[in-house]
Design a binder for this molecule. Sequence first.
Ligand code: SME
Length: 163
Amino acid sequence: MAEDLIKINGTRADQYANLYPQVKSLLDGELDTYANLANIAAAIHDIFGFFWVGFYLVKGDELVLGPFQGPVACTRIPFHKGVCGYTYRVGKTVIVPNVDEFPGHIACASASKSEIVVPVYFENKVILVLDVDSDCLNDFNAEDQIGLEKIMGLIEENWGNWN
Ligand code: SME
Protein backbone atom coordinates (compact mmCIF):
# COMPACT_ATOMS: atom_id res chain seq x y z
CA MET A 1 0.00 0.00 0.00
CA ALA A 2 1.01 3.63 -0.24
CA GLU A 3 3.35 4.76 2.54
CA ASP A 4 1.18 7.74 3.52
CA LEU A 5 -1.92 7.35 5.61
CA ILE A 6 -5.10 9.03 4.43
CA LYS A 7 -6.19 11.58 7.04
CA ILE A 8 -9.67 13.00 7.45
CA ASN A 9 -11.37 15.58 9.61
CA GLY A 10 -14.16 14.50 11.89
CA THR A 11 -14.86 13.01 15.28
CA ARG A 12 -12.55 10.52 16.89
CA ALA A 13 -15.02 7.80 15.86
CA ASP A 14 -14.82 9.00 12.23
CA GLN A 15 -11.07 8.95 12.40
CA TYR A 16 -10.92 5.44 13.84
CA ALA A 17 -13.32 4.29 11.10
CA ASN A 18 -10.93 5.82 8.57
CA LEU A 19 -7.86 4.33 10.23
CA TYR A 20 -9.06 0.75 10.73
CA PRO A 21 -9.02 -0.41 7.08
CA GLN A 22 -5.67 1.28 6.55
CA VAL A 23 -4.15 -0.63 9.46
CA LYS A 24 -5.75 -3.83 8.14
CA SER A 25 -4.14 -3.16 4.80
CA LEU A 26 -0.73 -2.45 6.39
CA LEU A 27 -0.82 -5.88 8.03
CA ASP A 28 -1.98 -7.68 4.92
CA GLY A 29 0.52 -10.39 3.94
CA GLU A 30 3.12 -9.38 6.55
CA LEU A 31 3.91 -11.97 9.22
CA ASP A 32 6.63 -10.26 11.21
CA THR A 33 5.30 -9.39 14.67
CA TYR A 34 7.60 -6.46 15.41
CA ALA A 35 7.16 -4.94 11.96
CA ASN A 36 3.39 -5.11 12.35
CA LEU A 37 3.34 -3.74 15.90
CA ALA A 38 5.67 -0.93 14.80
CA ASN A 39 3.39 0.08 11.96
CA ILE A 40 0.27 -0.06 14.15
CA ALA A 41 1.90 2.22 16.74
CA ALA A 42 3.11 4.58 14.02
CA ALA A 43 -0.30 4.72 12.33
CA ILE A 44 -2.16 5.58 15.55
CA HIS A 45 0.51 8.14 16.47
CA ASP A 46 0.47 9.71 13.02
CA ILE A 47 -3.31 10.01 12.72
CA PHE A 48 -4.01 11.41 16.19
CA GLY A 49 -0.70 13.01 17.18
CA PHE A 50 -0.81 11.46 20.63
CA PHE A 51 2.22 12.06 22.85
CA TRP A 52 3.21 8.40 23.11
CA VAL A 53 1.83 5.26 21.47
CA GLY A 54 3.33 1.84 21.99
CA PHE A 55 3.23 -1.71 23.15
CA TYR A 56 4.35 -3.59 26.25
CA LEU A 57 4.63 -7.34 25.71
CA VAL A 58 4.09 -9.96 28.39
CA LYS A 59 7.43 -11.69 28.98
CA GLY A 60 7.75 -13.91 32.04
CA ASP A 61 6.31 -12.04 35.01
CA GLU A 62 6.58 -8.52 33.60
CA LEU A 63 5.72 -6.26 30.68
CA VAL A 64 8.59 -5.40 28.35
CA LEU A 65 8.71 -2.42 26.01
CA GLY A 66 7.94 -3.20 22.38
CA PRO A 67 7.59 -1.04 19.28
CA PHE A 68 6.50 2.54 20.03
CA GLN A 69 6.38 6.12 18.79
CA GLY A 70 7.31 8.96 21.11
CA PRO A 71 9.94 9.77 23.73
CA VAL A 72 12.03 7.02 25.31
CA ALA A 73 10.08 5.06 27.90
CA CYS A 74 10.63 2.70 30.82
CA THR A 75 11.70 -0.71 29.56
CA ARG A 76 10.14 -3.08 32.09
CA ILE A 77 6.90 -2.83 34.06
CA PRO A 78 6.10 -5.43 36.75
CA PHE A 79 2.51 -6.67 36.69
CA HIS A 80 1.81 -4.94 40.01
CA LYS A 81 2.90 -1.50 38.79
CA GLY A 82 1.53 1.30 36.65
CA VAL A 83 -1.54 1.64 34.51
CA CYS A 84 -0.10 -1.01 32.19
CA GLY A 85 0.34 -3.53 35.02
CA TYR A 86 -3.14 -2.73 36.30
CA THR A 87 -4.60 -3.29 32.83
CA TYR A 88 -2.81 -6.62 32.59
CA ARG A 89 -4.28 -7.64 35.96
CA VAL A 90 -7.89 -6.58 35.28
CA GLY A 91 -7.79 -7.70 31.63
CA LYS A 92 -9.93 -4.82 30.42
CA THR A 93 -9.29 -1.44 28.84
CA VAL A 94 -8.40 1.22 31.41
CA ILE A 95 -8.91 4.95 30.81
CA VAL A 96 -7.11 7.33 33.17
CA PRO A 97 -8.37 10.92 32.74
CA ASN A 98 -5.66 12.36 35.01
CA VAL A 99 -2.56 10.26 35.54
CA ASP A 100 -1.62 12.21 38.68
CA GLU A 101 -4.72 10.79 40.35
CA PHE A 102 -3.96 7.16 39.47
CA PRO A 103 -2.14 5.46 42.35
CA GLY A 104 0.98 3.75 41.05
CA HIS A 105 1.03 5.47 37.67
CA ILE A 106 4.51 5.26 36.17
CA ALA A 107 5.52 8.63 34.80
CA CYS A 108 7.84 7.91 31.92
CA ALA A 109 7.45 11.58 30.94
CA SER A 110 6.05 14.46 32.96
CA ALA A 111 4.23 15.75 29.86
CA SER A 112 1.88 12.77 29.95
CA LYS A 113 -1.47 13.83 31.45
CA SER A 114 -4.00 11.15 30.51
CA GLU A 115 -3.74 7.60 29.28
CA ILE A 116 -5.63 4.66 27.82
CA VAL A 117 -4.32 1.11 27.97
CA VAL A 118 -5.90 -1.73 25.98
CA PRO A 119 -5.13 -5.41 26.65
CA VAL A 120 -4.67 -7.79 23.72
CA TYR A 121 -5.53 -11.47 24.08
CA PHE A 122 -4.41 -14.68 22.46
CA GLU A 123 -5.78 -18.05 23.56
CA ASN A 124 -7.56 -16.42 26.51
CA LYS A 125 -4.43 -14.82 27.92
CA VAL A 126 -3.24 -11.21 27.79
CA ILE A 127 -0.17 -11.25 25.56
CA LEU A 128 0.51 -7.52 25.35
CA VAL A 129 -1.00 -4.12 26.05
CA LEU A 130 -1.30 -1.03 23.89
CA ASP A 131 -0.46 2.11 25.87
CA VAL A 132 -1.50 5.53 24.54
CA ASP A 133 -0.52 8.69 26.42
CA SER A 134 -1.77 12.20 25.81
CA ASP A 135 -0.30 15.51 26.93
CA CYS A 136 -3.89 16.76 27.47
CA LEU A 137 -5.98 15.97 30.52
CA ASN A 138 -9.07 13.80 29.97
CA ASP A 139 -8.22 13.13 26.32
CA PHE A 140 -9.70 9.62 26.02
CA ASN A 141 -13.29 8.47 25.97
CA ALA A 142 -15.48 5.59 24.80
CA GLU A 143 -14.79 6.43 21.13
CA ASP A 144 -11.09 5.80 21.71
CA GLN A 145 -11.83 2.61 23.60
CA ILE A 146 -14.04 1.25 20.81
CA GLY A 147 -11.68 2.38 18.04
CA LEU A 148 -8.50 1.09 19.67
CA GLU A 149 -10.08 -2.21 20.77
CA LYS A 150 -11.20 -2.78 17.19
CA ILE A 151 -7.68 -2.19 15.88
CA MET A 152 -6.27 -4.46 18.60
CA GLY A 153 -8.70 -7.09 17.33
CA LEU A 154 -6.56 -7.25 14.20
CA ILE A 155 -3.62 -8.35 16.35
CA GLU A 156 -5.78 -10.93 18.10
CA GLU A 157 -7.00 -12.32 14.77
CA ASN A 158 -3.52 -12.57 13.26
CA TRP A 159 -1.22 -13.29 16.22
CA GLY A 160 -1.21 -17.05 15.69
CA ASN A 161 0.24 -16.61 12.19
CA TRP A 162 2.86 -14.01 13.02
CA ASN A 163 6.47 -14.82 13.86
N1 SME B 1 2.39 5.25 32.22
C1 SME B 1 2.57 3.84 32.07
C2 SME B 1 4.01 3.50 31.84
C3 SME B 1 4.43 3.50 30.42
S1 SME B 1 4.76 5.00 29.78
O1 SME B 1 3.65 5.92 29.99
C4 SME B 1 5.14 4.94 28.19
C5 SME B 1 2.05 3.11 33.28
O2 SME B 1 1.71 3.75 34.29
O3 SME B 1 1.96 1.89 33.23
